[in-house]
Design a binder for this molecule. Structure first.
Ligand SMILES: [Zn+2]
Length: 253
């Protein structure tokens, strides 16, 4: 077993805009099963940090000619490699040793990208992950501990959360600042269950519908516990990558 882990969040914003494996329809043209990394909020000129100690193996400073635009590759222990794409500026050079949390560049929108963000890819060289080519691995399990999230305990209440108002990683999500209105149905006209305060954690129960995500919220997080009533019909159980809105690129490796 590898001991490798991410020690630092790679941007100044704890928000994920597009998940690993999302939007397969955009990536089939590249023979990829979906989005080949994780897109993380990073406005133009904001700081990008190395997620772990490593050696800078490649730096590309030409914004043209590669889908990743200006980007950095860092080799870590146990054959892991991280890629930081769509940058404005690089602050390291090839062959340089870097530490977790070290400033390595600034964010932007170079390469095949719409809107400034960080595209973070994880590879494990000479290894294969599920049906993925080019040694791509899912970085999500490495990012999740850095969010400091722990699965909330019940009892829960089921409802629908406006997808753009939550930050999701795998089957957990957090209400963004300002909180969310938890609704009975996937619609702005859906009956309001209660306000869930910003920062509250919830469990994602299925696929997004109509801009809303089915969630289970701990009753302890609600400001007004509703009266008991018959349970609503179960939400769809199929899990899938969900594009949460915001910036992303069309794709490639
Ligand atoms: Zn991306």
């Amino acid at each position: 077993m590898s001991e490798f882990k991410f020690e630092a969040w790679p941007t100044q914003f704890l928000s994920i805009n597009q998940h690993f494996g999302a939007n397969p329809q955009n990536y089939a043209q590249f023979n990829l099963p979906g989005h080949d990394g994780v897109d993380i909020m990073a406005p133009t000129g904001s700081k990008i940090f190395a997620v772990a100690d490593g050696l800078v193996s490649r730096v590309r400073t030409d914004p043209k000619g590669h889908n990743y635009g200006i980007h950095i590759r860092i080799n870590h222990e146990d054959d892991y490699q991280t890629i930081y794409a769509h940058l404005q500026e690089v602050r390291v050079r090839e062959g340089q040793q870097v530490e977790a949390g070290q400033l390595i560049g600034l964010a932007d929108n170079t390469g095949n990208s719409f809107g400034s963000h960080l595209h973070l890819s994880l590879k494990r060289l000479n290894h294969n992950y599920k049906n993925w080519p080019y040694c791509f691995f899912d970085p999500t399990p490495f990012l999740l501990p850095l969010l400091g999230w722990q699965r909330p305990s019940g009892p829960y209440i089921d409802g629908w959360a406006y997808t753009a108002a939550i930050t999701r990683v795998d089957d957990l999500a957090q209400a963004n600042a300002g909180g969310i209105n938890l609704r009975k149905t996937a619609s702005i006209g859906g009956k309001l269950i209660d306000l869930v305060p910003g920062g509250s954690l919830m469990i994602v129960m299925g696929r997004e519908r109509n801009g809303y995500t089915p969630v289970q919220v701990p009753i302890a997080s609600l400001s007004n516990v509703p009266d008991p009533e018959p349970p609503p019909p179960p939400p769809p159980t199929e899990l899938a990558g969900i594009f949460l809105g915001g910036s992303f690129e069309v794709g490639f490796w």
